[in-house]
Write a protein that binds this ligand. Structure first.
Ligand SMILES: Cc1ncc(COP(=O)(O)O)c(C=O)c1O
Length: 390
């Protein structure tokens, strides 16, 4: 038994994953494998840090001290080999918030922005919702592995109206951990065509060996001022509810614009618990993350071999993230029928592939960041529902 085997009741905690299924799926009596948060508790030492702060009892306006920035700089270097000065790091409440802000500040209405579907669905929303135009550089699925279509990427980047690319690294939902060669090509194409590259690296700590996450901003000195990285300890330590994202911006002018805006919106103050826990986790959390990744790897391997034995389903060993991308196209069902099978027959909540764009149709995304017993239960439900259908 490990700490990750404990099955923790999350009911009555206002959890979106557990208590908002009715909004998307029409019912709440499902086992949830959708929203990308984990069913694991924060490491004990970090809970203690929060308890200590809680006991103080006063939660007034709070600032981030030097140790907050130091801990981020140290984590980026020790975990990812990235050297960054403190001045290049700044807080933001969430990655999606930050993407909105970058779009508003660094592009104009009608400008075009590249994304790589199937991809995290808020990317579509932040572009269209801000009156910008999506350019789809669709990933290519070849022998079960997703690849970037660089010829298409280059031609889209050359469009004079194209001003930005939002890149997902590691990629949600297809689980690719991009290699150095791929990263270098993306960074080069954006740089040469004056396309500002926004790299969402929120899943950066959750990568399975032998793959290694490489921050795209670290691949080549030449491109780094054209790249803005956004990430967070939220996926790694399961603290999405603490609003603790941050940016890495090497271009000083852009950093000043961002900081001004943050101040204007009065968002430069900190959530008390995020301020306490971020440095604590980044100082002392590396071992816990190592244990977590080993547990997730085990879950991944179990789920992949289980799913590949279910007739009509197939999936791959994702290189990173705790999300499996399941190809259900051989079942021959349309989107409504596929969702009905998972929701009403198997009674499990998974993200429907079509949320991630047209090329996601016929796929389902499963979150395996839960105890092995919960994973087994969901997979058995899926298997029974598929077998009964045939
Ligand atoms: C790629 C990606 N970016 C951003 C987010 C959300 O980040 P935040 O909660 O900080 O807005 C997620 C959450 O699933 C994600 O997968």
């Amino acid at each position: 038994m490990t700490i990750f085997d404990e099955r923790i009741d999350r009911s009555n905690t206002s959890s979106v994953k557990y208590e908002e299924m009715d909004v998307k799926f029409g019912r709440n009596d499902l086992i949830p494998y959708w929203v990308a948060d984990m069913d694991f508790r924060l490491p004990e030492f970090a809970i203690k840090t929060m308890q200590k702060r809680l006991e103080h009892g006063i939660f007034g306006y709070t600032k981030r001290e030097e140790d907050y920035y130091d801990s981020i700089v140290n984590w980026l270097y020790t975990q990812h080999g990235l050297k960054v000065d403190k001045e290049c790091v700044e807080y933001g409440p969430g990655v999606v918030f930050l993407l909105n802000m970058m779009i508003r500040k660094f592009t104009a209405e009608g400008d075009k922005i590249i994304i790589q579907p199937p991809v995290y669905y808020p990317f579509f929303k932040v572009i269209e919702g801000n009156g910008r135009v999506i350019l789809e550089n669709t990933l290519i699925l070849e022998d079960g592995k997703y690849k970037i279509n660089f010829i298409d990427l280059e031609s889209k980047a050359k469009d004079p109206k194209c001003k930005m690319m939002i890149f997902c690294s590691p990629h949600n939902p297809v689980g690719r951990v991009w290699n150095k060669n791929e990263l270098e090509k993306v960074a080069k194409i954006c740089y040469e065509n004056n396309v500002l590259l926004i790299s969402d690296e929120i899943h950066f700590d959750l990568v399975f060996p032998p793959n290694k996450h490489i921050p795209i901003v670290g691949v080549n000195e030449k491109y780094k001022e054209n790249i803005i990285t956004c990430t967070s300890p939220s996926k790694t330590f399961n603290i999405a509810g603490l609003h603790s994202a941050y940016w890495i911006i090497f271009d000083k002018e852009k950093m000043d614009i961002y900081k001004n805006e943050l101040g204007l919106l009065d968002l430069n103050r900190s959530n008390v618990f995020s301020r306490e826990v971020t440095p604590e986790l980044y100082k002392n959390g590396a071992k816990w993350v190592g244990d977590l990744v080993r547990y997730l790897l085990d879950n991944r391997n179990y789920a992949v071999s289980f799913i590949n034995k279910i007739p009509g389903l197939k999936t791959n060993f994702v290189e990173g993230t705790y999300l499996l991308w399941i190809d259900c196209r051989d079942l021959g069902l349309n989107t409504n029928e596929l969702n009905d099978l998972f929701v009403n027959k198997a009674k499990v909540a998974l993200d429907s592939g079509d949320w991630f764009g047209e090329t996601g149709k016929g796929f389902m995304r499963l979150n395996f960041a839960c105890s092995k017993s919960m994973l087994e239960e969901g997979l058995n439900r899926i298997k029974s529902a598929v077998i009964q259908m045939n």
